[in-house]
Design a binder for this molecule. Structure first.
Ligand SMILES: [Ca+2]
Length: 430
């Protein structure tokens, strides 16, 4: 563009320098001018004029040309910059990978989704907590109501309904001898006992006083206990004889070995049809802990429940009777195996008892409501683990109620209950 301007200027100059007279029109040139005066110039004068001014015009032209060149150069530079900038922009656009934008966008979207999920989850949690709060508030209201009721009840003075009789003795028979006439809770202190302890005494109208060692009533006490628990005793003694307990091997040992007059152990049983039966054993004793509370008795006196302590022939093996007898057996618990079996009977049956290999009588067994149970009911080991007296009911029948109690043998005939068996201990009364 700059070169075409220069060419035009040169072309004009050329016309002016070499134009001939025939092209000249005086009327056009007859204008007042300082250089020509008021007269129309001749061709030569114009030429002279032009010659005179040509050098300065040339200089001006040269100057203009330089300016134009300069402008042209600047324009080129600007164009270059424009091109450079355009290229740079393109390059810059190219250098920013589209993947990066997509990745960034995707990442942001993921974040948004995550936040959204988190918000939804938190909302659900808030809803849940709100529900819990409402539920807790309800519970608090209920508890407050209960508290009010209890406060009202507690305004009247509390009464201790457990009555412990004032008479004491070495056993319940001595208490009866001393005038104890009602069954209930008494303190006894056997000869070698360091301190008195509480027992339930069953005192009959005839003056017989039974000391109760064991009670099963309703399955309310778990009899699956360890050595120490069987040693010390567990369960609950109640003045009205409604609760379950094991008096404790140490106490049974102290009671049963204190007197020159031997004790009778009476087993009382009741099944789920309400039938009652019993069995009596003479000279019942429990050895000391050093002998693992070994059970001994002299003989089976009698009773309509049969002599399950002497073992039972289940029909599986001729040795059944021998290996299920209990006289002379030491006591076993889940944590102390004193039985005659390669395994641990007490652990398998979940009880503490004078285990052989293992039992025909098992009064500390698991409580089965309704009586009948199966190997499947018996749990992990599948053995007969109920409350068993095999000479009365099958080993797969668990009894409803049991009692184990002792009395000095000289008082047995005076007992009110089982007169039909008086013949079994005739001559033993003193
Ligand atoms: Ca064993």
């Amino acid at each position: 563009m700059a070169s075409s301007v220069i060419n035009k200027v040169i072309f004009i100059l050329f016309l002016c320098s070499f134009s001939s007279a025939q092209f000249y029109s005086p009327s056009d040139m007859c204008e007042e001018n300082d250089a020509f005066g008021t007269y129309c110039p001749t061709t030569c004068e114009i030429a002279d004029y032009l010659n005179t001014y040509q050098p300065s015009v040339d200089r001006d032209l040269s100057s203009i040309e330089k300016l134009l060149d300069n402008i042209s150069n600047q324009t080129k530079g600007a164009q270059g910059r424009v091109v450079y900038m355009r290229d740079s922009t393109t390059q810059a656009q190219k250098s920013r990978s589209p993947d990066l934008y997509i990745t960034k966008s995707s990442s942001m979207l993921d974040d948004i989704l995550r936040f959204e999920k988190s918000i939804v989850a938190q909302e659900a949690q808030i809803y849940q907590l709100h529900g819990m709060l409402q539920s807790n508030e309800k519970s608090i209201v209920q508890l407050k109501e209960l508290l009010l009721q209890l406060q009202l009840k507690c305004k009247s003075p509390c009464r201790d309904t457990v009555e412990i009789q004032p008479i004491t003795g070495k056993d319940c028979q001595e208490i009866a001898n001393k005038g104890g006439k009602t069954s209930g809770l008494y303190f006894v202190k056997p000869q070698k006992a360091r301190a008195p302890f509480l027992v339930y005494c069953e005192i009959e109208g005839s003056g017989s006083g039974w000391t109760v060692l064991q009670r099963r009533r309703d399955g309310s006490v778990d009899f699956s206990k360890n050595w120490i628990q069987y040693k010390e005793g567990f369960g609950y003694l109640s003045p009205d004889d409604t609760t379950e307990f094991w008096l404790g091997n140490e106490k049974i040992h102290l009671l049963s070995t204190q007197s020159s007059i031997p004790y009778v152990l009476r087993i009382e049983l009741q099944d789920w049809e309400g039938k009652k039966r019993y069995a009596d054993y003479a000279t019942f004793k429990l050895g000391p802990e050093a002998d693992q509370y070994r059970l001994t008795y002299a003989y089976y006196i009698g009773g309509d429940a049969g002599d399950a302590f002497n073992g039972f022939d289940f029909g599986d093996d001729p040795s059944d009777k021998f290996y299920t007898s209990h006289n002379g057996m030491q006591f076993s618990t889940n944590d102390r195996d004193n039985d005659k079996y390669h395994g641990n009977c007490a652990q398998q049956d979940g009880s503490g008892w004078w285990m052989n290999r293992c039992h025909a009588a098992h009064l500390n067994g698991r409580y089965y409501h309704g009586g009948r149970y199966t190997a499947k009911d018996a749990g992990k080991y599948g053995f007969d683990n109920g409350i068993i007296w095999a000479t009365w009911h099958s080993r797969w029948y668990s009894l409803k109620e049991t009692t184990m109690k002792i009395i000095p043998i000289n008082r047995l005939h005076m007992g009110g209950g089982q007169q039909t068996d008086i013949k079994h201990f005739g001559g033993l009364d003193i």
